[in-house]
Every structure is written in structure tokens, then in C-alpha cells.
Design a protein around this ligand. Sequence first.
Ligand SMILES: *[C@@H]1O[C@H](CO)[C@@H](O)[C@H](O)[C@H]1NC(C)=O
Ligand SMILES: *[C@@H]1O[C@H](CO)[C@@H](O)[C@H](O)[C@H]1NC(C)=O
Ligand SMILES: *[C@@H]1O[C@H](CO)[C@@H](O)[C@H](O)[C@H]1NC(C)=O
Ligand SMILES: *[C@@H]1O[C@H](CO)[C@@H](O)[C@H](O)[C@H]1NC(C)=O
Ligand SMILES: *[C@@H]1O[C@H](CO)[C@@H](O)[C@H](O)[C@H]1NC(C)=O
Ligand SMILES: [Mg+2]
Length: 669
Amino acid sequence: MFLLLILVSLSLGSQQAYSTSSSSLESTTFLFPSFDAGSCTGKQLICTGSVSPRDGYLNITPERGNSSLASMPTNQVGRVLYSQPVVAWPAMISTEFTVRITPLPNSNASGDGMAFLFAQDNSSSPPNSYGSYMGILDRSTQGGVVRQLAVELDTYMNEFDRDGNHVGIDTTSTTDSVYVQSLNTTGVNLTSGRDIRVGIKYDGYKHILQISVAYSGNSLISVLKHSIKMSETVPRLVYVGFSAGTGPLPESHQVLNWAFSSFPISPENERLKRDNRIKTILILVVPTVMTVLFMAICIYLVKRVPRKRNNDTDIESQSREAANVPKMFTYKELAKATRNFSKENLLGTGGFGSVYKGVLSDPPVEIAVKKISATSKQGERQYLAEICTIGRMRHKNIVQLHGWCHEGEQLLLVYQYMANGSLDRFIGKQPLDWETRYDILTGVASALLYLHEECGIPVVHRDVKPNNIMLDSNHNAYLGDFGLARLIQSDSSATTMFAGTPGYLAPEVAYSGKATPESDVYSFGMVVLEVVCGRRSKGMMEENSLVDYVWSLYGEGSLLECVDVQMEGQFDEEQVKRALIVGLACLHPYAACRPRMRKVVQIFLNPDEPLMELPQSRPSVAYVPVSFSGLTTVGFSSPSGTKSASTLSRLSSPLKIETEREQGMPGPR
Ligand SMILES: *[C@@H]1O[C@H](CO)[C@@H](O)[C@H](O)[C@H]1NC(C)=O
Ligand SMILES: *[C@@H]1O[C@H](CO)[C@@H](O)[C@H](O)[C@H]1NC(C)=O
Ligand SMILES: *[C@@H]1O[C@H](CO)[C@@H](O)[C@H](O)[C@H]1NC(C)=O
Ligand SMILES: *[C@@H]1O[C@H](CO)[C@@H](O)[C@H](O)[C@H]1NC(C)=O
Ligand SMILES: *[C@@H]1O[C@H](CO)[C@@H](O)[C@H](O)[C@H]1NC(C)=O
Ligand SMILES: [Mg+2]
């Protein structure tokens, strides 16, 4: 509901902040898609020092504009805080914002940087906190006089700094940071004047603060993970916001948008006893907030671009651009970007056509262009409907559709480019560490949860498999290829196109031809097994299929035997076991017995979430249900001592259809 409200308001172009807070939980969520002249006079922000709002952003320190260098004030310091206190601990905190830092042009120096603050009160920065103090503290307030935590974005190399382009965590001192990390390996240059997105997360269970950065429009790169206890650092209630400082040289520090959420959690010792409600809310709301932020930034960018080009672009074209967030490209543009679809740019060929790497020139963005050859008889209108569906999907684990092009027989879809290709390139081939594998599975699960339950109209992916899971340069997972996704028809008798990939296809789909959220869950289970075991499934036809193998190990109590040897035993055994059990539960032959994605995500996110019951051996299908409604009442039998191969052979009817299909027969329509 909250999400809907925000989306509706956002699409109306309003630029104020939206917030919710529930007194029982004391949770806080707010979003500033942008700022405007009234941002500091309203009740939401406390602006002090050199902070001044502009049309679209906040200046924390003055920007140069047209003024001469001589007239630029030096030693500036500003601080802006959200006016209400938020819970710092015990809590899960997540914030993302975009900043733009502009030093003097043609100068070999700049100064000094800015910070995101968890401040103990709502007061302004100390007057002498200019320069390298970045408005965080000054000589008189350092050494623990104030309790606070600052994430600094430092742009000037002081004698105590390692370089002039780093992030760090400061508590009682800016000269002696708790932890610093240079950005020189991320390719992000704080003083480049470009829009930079920063993500800060605090996991109140694990006490880990994580900082990520990227140029706006790219996926965030994690640069720093540090273990720190908020409870030992700041008061339980804090004020959050930004500060910045300059020294003898001017530098503007601008905040363009800001999303924040804090969700209190139960204290550690009571953690097991408390109900799961809060965690559930967390699991639901944190991704929601991130989704909203993505939307906000997209809408903001789309709205801003034409304004930049020409101050008075007609409103009509602006709104048109805002409405079609997936952009319409011309064939010529895409041909140019992909060097005329050259062989060197070919990334791969799939069922629907070929994918090419491309580079757009303004702004320079790497893209992947999917060229779909046979575009059948579908009309423009259907394409548009499809593209709107795909384009609406916004989730941090879903490949973003940037745009499309339909000219003549050609349908081209433009996606964000993924440096590491698809997951199938890794399974059983290139080693990935366990943490990465776990993050990939968690990401895919939350993407499916989003599709099934959170994106408005339930969407079934229909073809979940490693080839459709893309990895960016940081091995973050993105579910892709919605070529098969269709909206679930409320009229269940409506026939849908038969599709899917053998091996990942739920047994009931083979004879009903109908994909459901449950059949996506089945496919996901197969992906879990493949990722953990480092083996491709061979499909249902093979004896000793991966599922039978893993399930039999489960029955024998030796699950860990199937784990990918490439991990060389470097993994969290408990986590691996839980992941495998979830995977097997998803692979239950009866759709009704599979967990829902929500439960799967909860298990992946929360080590205390109880697991589902799982039969000791792979259940056999007793008979072929006539319809789906029959499934809910069908139980399962677990014949003890039955070897899995013989279990399979009793799947007579679906197996037959599967066989026919594999021999090239068209599936039921
Ligand atoms: C700054 O200069 C530009 C042209 O160089 C002009 O259009 C604009 O009005 C000036 N802004 C101010 C605040 O003087
Ligand atoms: C900038 O560079 C010049 C020489 O190129 C040097 O003399 C000057 O000290 C430098 N300034 C700073 C602040 O590093
Ligand atoms: C700062 O917080 C105090 C309460 O701690 C409150 O009375 C005061 O109005 C706040 N100041 C601003 C500017 O909001
Ligand atoms: C990156 O920063 C580290 C630490 O500040 C430094 O040792 C290293 O030389 C830097 N690398 C580059 C390419 O500047
Ligand atoms: C960052 O960008 C600025 C402005 O383009 C440039 O002067 C500076 O050398 C860059 N710094 C690094 C570390 O690349
Ligand atoms: Mg510094």
C-alpha cells in the first residue's frame, strides 16, 4: 500500500518527501526523490551552516555558479539533518543517496569532503569543523565528547590521509578513522563532478556496516564492510543527515536525493523468542524502499535530462519521456552502439535470438542488446504491453530494461550490461566462494518473491535457470529474460504458451502446460542444487538425476557430500545444509507442497527462521492429478527403501509427455 502510494505520488511528479513511521515499531522510512527551494523551510529537514536548497538538490557547501574565485567564501561548513530522531540500534538500517562533489576546475587540489552522519542530537556542526573535519566534529568535540558515527567521503589528502579519494568510518576523530578504504580500485572518483550513488547498510544482527558506491546509473560496488557495534558508538536514537566542509579552496557538495529506512529489531538475547513479524516486515520493506529509490532516481533522471539540454523543453515531451521509462531507440542508434551487431560484440545466442554488447555514447553506458529475430505475428500493441510490463519491473536483483526498438521484423531489447555474463558460465567451471553463491541465491529468491507477490500483478517468470541469471562485475545476481513472462490470467482456463527448459521444468507443467508461481519455485530449487553442488542437472530423464542424488544424501544424513569440491571445504556448513533443504523442498513433485518464495527468502535472510518439513526420501507421484485443484488435496507417499530410480519410473504419464516433448513435439497449448 505504502509502495503504491509513493509510486502514485511520484508519477504525479511531486517533489516532496514521503515518510511513514509506525509508533509501535518506531520504524522510520523516508524518501526525498529530490530537493527544492522549500526543502529547508519545511518541517522535514534542519539545515544549518552553509546549507542552501536549490532547484533539485541541496548545497551543503556553496557552489561556485558564476561567481569569481575571489568572491567564493572559504572555510565553509554545513549540516543538514532529518528533523525526527531515528532508531540506531538494535535495528536494520539502510540508506542510499546521490551526491555530486565539484572542486575548482583546473586545480590540483580540492577540499575537503562530506559525510553521512548518525548524530547524537539535532545541533549544527561545530563552527570550527571546517576543512578536513568535514563538519563532523572539531578539536573541542573530538575524542568521544560527542557520540556519533560518520561515513566520510574524503576528497583531500591530508597528512594523515592515505589518498584524496576514500571513504571511511569516523567516530571520535577524523584524523584517526576507525576504518578507511580508498576508492581507487572501484574506478569512482569523488571529485569527478559526476553523480555518485552511495549506499550504507547496517545489519543490527551481525553488527556490520557496509558502504557501497557507484556512479549513478551503475550497480553499487561494495567497498567496505566493517564490524562495529552501533550500541557502543551512538545513542539509541540518532539524527541522520549530511555534513560537509571546505578549507582554503572552495568545493561544492551537493545531495541530489536520499532514501532512508531504519527498522528496529528485537534485542539479541530475546531474538529467538520474539515472533517473526518484525523480520517479515523488514524483509518486505527494505527491498521495497530500495525499489522506490530506484524508481525515484530513474524518474528523476528522466525528468532532469531534457531540462539540462534545453531549459524550456515542452512539458509534453518531458512527460512522454517520463512515462516511457524504457526508452525507445532507433535501429540506427543500436546498430551504432553494437558496431553494426558485429561478431566481436556478440555475447551469446539463446532461444530467442542473439545478445550483443554495446556502448551508448551520451551518456556513456554499456548495454546488452537482445536481438529477437522471428517476431511472429504479434502486433505493435502487444509488444508495447509486454515492454511496459518488463519495464515496470524494478528490483535490485532484476535485469533492468533500458529500452527497446521495433522496426520492421526486428525487435530489440536494451538491457543493462552484465560484466560477468550468466551464472551457467560458473556452475562446475569457474569457482565462486560460498558467500557469493549464497548472495546469488538470496538475490534470485527475492527477485522471484518480487515478481510473484510484490510488483502489483503477479508475474510468473517461467524460465528460471542459470542462463537467465546474470552477474555484474561484483557477482551480484540479476534475474533476466522476461521474454516468457506473461501476466497470470485471472481466468485460469486461459491457455498460455508452453515454454520452459527441461530439467528446470516442474513435472506438472509438462502435462498441464501451465506455468505457475509454484513451477517457478521448482525451477529455483534446481538452481539452488546446481549452485551448491557445482553440477548441472541432467533433467528428469537421466538416472541418478541431481535431485535424486541430493535427496538420497539428505535421507542418509550426509548432505554435505554433494557440495561443490571447488569450494575446498570453505563454507558455512549450517548455511549450506539449510540452502540444500530449501532447494529440495522447492523440488517437491507436488506443487502444493513447495514453499512459497516468501518463506524461501525468509530462510535465506534469517538464520533462525525455522525450516520446512522435508520427507526423508523423494516423494513419488502416486497418480496424475486431473487438474490443479486436485493438487491441494493430494498427499505424498514416501516409500521407505525405494530407490529413487524406481520412484521415477512410476511417473508414467508425465514422463511420457516429457519424452515426447524432448523429441521435438510441440507442447500442449
Ligand atoms: C550565469 O551565467 C550564465 C551564462 O554564462 C547565465 O545564463 C546565468 O544567468 C548566470 N547566472 C547567474 C546566477 O548569474
Ligand atoms: C599545484 O601544483 C603546483 C605545480 O604544478 C604546485 O606548485 C602547487 O603546490 C600545487 N598545489 C597544491 C595545493 O598541491
Ligand atoms: C532539536 O531537538 C529538540 C529536542 O531535543 C527540540 O526541542 C528542538 O526543537 C529541535 N530543534 C529543531 C531545529 O528541530
Ligand atoms: C590505491 O590506494 C592504496 C592505498 O591508499 C595505495 O596503496 C595504492 O597505491 C593505490 N593505487 C592506485 C592505483 O593509486
Ligand atoms: C578525479 O577527477 C578530477 C576531475 O576530473 C581530476 O582532476 C582528478 O585527477 C581525478 N582523480 C583521480 C584520482 O582520478
Ligand atoms: Mg582529508
